[in-house]
Design a protein around this ligand. Structure first.
Ligand code: SF4
Ligand code: SF4
Length: 444
């Protein structure tokens, strides 16, 4: 089912309003900003990162892999350049040759930090495509997030992500959607006749959701409930840990990031769950699957699965039975964090094929799939709209070339970015959620 025009417009209007607001002044001097940012760089820089920063051979392959560079040919969007401030701090403060580097490596300034705001937020979706092609194995995408942490600690960051980070920290809600709205959504589903387990003291599977599914992509929430009940798994939602969106991660605020992911971890541990499923959201999966154990300080006693991966596993186990649809050509978009970074490629494809759909791959797909242009919070940054749209056009052309009637996605951020591209360029393409498609075609 396509996202309703009304739901889409409501979300876009809310995001636009945030862009016109301003944050209270923090009263930091420029020297203080620089000192804070430098300290963050130093606290994160280890010898592996130092080696990475020094081993670039300037081959340019990362630039050719980055949709922002591809869309603009502007050298400032070269991925490795986004790490330049970090590299300067490394050379001056930590490198074995720092006594020499200090003679000719400029110290960072507050103006540098302000200039880099666009480079590490607006023009990087942390998609990891650059890291994948780099012949020296430099993990550029991961280090971009350290830059976000340095900037945000220094009081520099996009207003939209900063406001949402503060809201998640202060009230646990996002876009004013919090626990009350979550409980209302559960009650609404129950009124529709759905059996929705909530706060079961023990459950094998804990399912999370996100503000997006509670407020905008609401059919995905109902579909998730139908699917979980159809599989017969022992599952529950938890009102203590349901929100998997993590604006701490997107902004680069580790304290909020840890607070948000710890709620999910503690809820799952309380239920003795063996699996936690993240809703259709790429960064939610990355935050819980990769970063949460580090922030929590120990391995998680449960498996984290993106819902698209879970659907494939349930299909393979014979618990997910799907109706065959009329054969139509569809394309599939691998969300960067679940695909390239998480390694789940085959599961959603198997689900699409099990419904009898004719999957035509885009030119870049799987490990090399080009990002939609809106990940890592970029979709919400209003001033990034033109750049984001240029990057989107590359992916759009690939989808058009498949001859698909619809594009199937399994990430709310990708979905909204494609919807946005559709509106901006009169693109006649139906954007469908994998979970909603599956939910509508369960073979009972
Ligand atoms: S992570 Fe993706 S968006 Fe960011 S610099 Fe690399 S290729 Fe570009
Ligand atoms: S691909 Fe790697 S080695 Fe080549 S320019 Fe980019 S960061 Fe440097």
């Amino acid at each position: 089912m396509s996202l309703s025009e009304q739901a889409y417009q409501r979300f876009v209007e809310g995001a636009k309003q945030m862009g016109s607001m301003s944050l209270p002044a923090d009263n930091l001097t420029d020297d203080q900003r620089v000192n804070i940012a430098r300290d963050v760089y130093i606290s994160h820089l280890d010898s592996a990162m130092g080696m990475d920063l020094e081993s670039c051979i300037h081959c340019g392959m990362c630039a050719e892999a980055c949709h922002f560079y591809m869309a603009t040919n502007d050298a400032k969007y070269t991925p490795i350049y986004k790490l330049d401030l970090m590299k300067r701090v490394y050379r001056r403060e930590l490198s074995p040759m720092r006594w020499l580097h200090r003679l000719y490596t400029r110290d960072i300034t507050a103006d540098d930090l302000r200039e880099y705001e666009e480079l590490v937020y607006d023009s990087c979706t942390e998609c990891g495509r650059c890291s994948m092609v780099c012949p020296m194995g430099i993990h550029i995408a991961g280090m971009v997030n350290v830059n976000r942490q340095a900037l945000t600690a220094a009081g520099i960051g996009p207003v939209e992500l900063t406001m949402l980070d503060h809201e998640q920290c202060e009230s646990g809600s996002l876009f004013h959607v919090g626990k009350e709205q979550f409980l209302e959504a559960i009650e609404n589903l129950r009124r529709q006749g759905l059996d929705v387990p909530l706060d079961n003291p023990k459950a094998d599977v804990v399912v999370t959701t996100s503000t997006l599914d509670l407020s905008t992509t609401t059919d995905a929430l109902a579909a998730t409930v139908n699917i979980m009940n159809h599989t017969g798994r022992d599952w529950t939602f938890s009102s203590d840990g349901y929100e998997c969106a993590n604006f701490g991660m997107l902004l680069g605020d580790e304290e909020v990031q840890a607070c948000a992911s710890n709620k999910l971890i503690e809820a799952a541990i309380a239920c003795e769950a063996s699996v936690v499923i993240t809703s259709e959201c790429g960064h939610c999966y990355a935050a819980l699957r990769w970063d949460a154990p580090n922030l929590y300080g120990k391995p998680l006693p449960f498996k984290v699965m993106a819902i698209s991966e879970f659907l494939g596993n349930e299909l393979h186990a014979g618990r997910l039975k799907l109706k065959k649809l009329d054969k139509k050509v569809v394309a599939w978009h691998d969300p960067c964090k679940v695909g390239r970074i998480g390694g789940s490629f085959q599961e959603p494809r198997d689900v699409i094929e099990a419904m009898g759909l004719d999957l035509h791959e885009t030119e870049s797909h799987g490990k090399t799939n080009l990002c939609c242009g809106g990940g890592a919070g970029v979709f919400l940054i209003n001033r990034a709209a033109d750049l984001r749209h240029k990057a989107f056009q590359i992916k759009r052309a690939e989808v058009d070339d498949t001859g698909a009637e619809s594009l199937v996605v399994s990430c709310g951020s990708c979905r909204l970015n494609f919807e946005n591209g559709k509106h901006k360029s009169n693109w006649d393409m139906s954007i469908e959620s994998l979970v909603e498609l599956v939910g509508e075609n369960l073979d009972e």
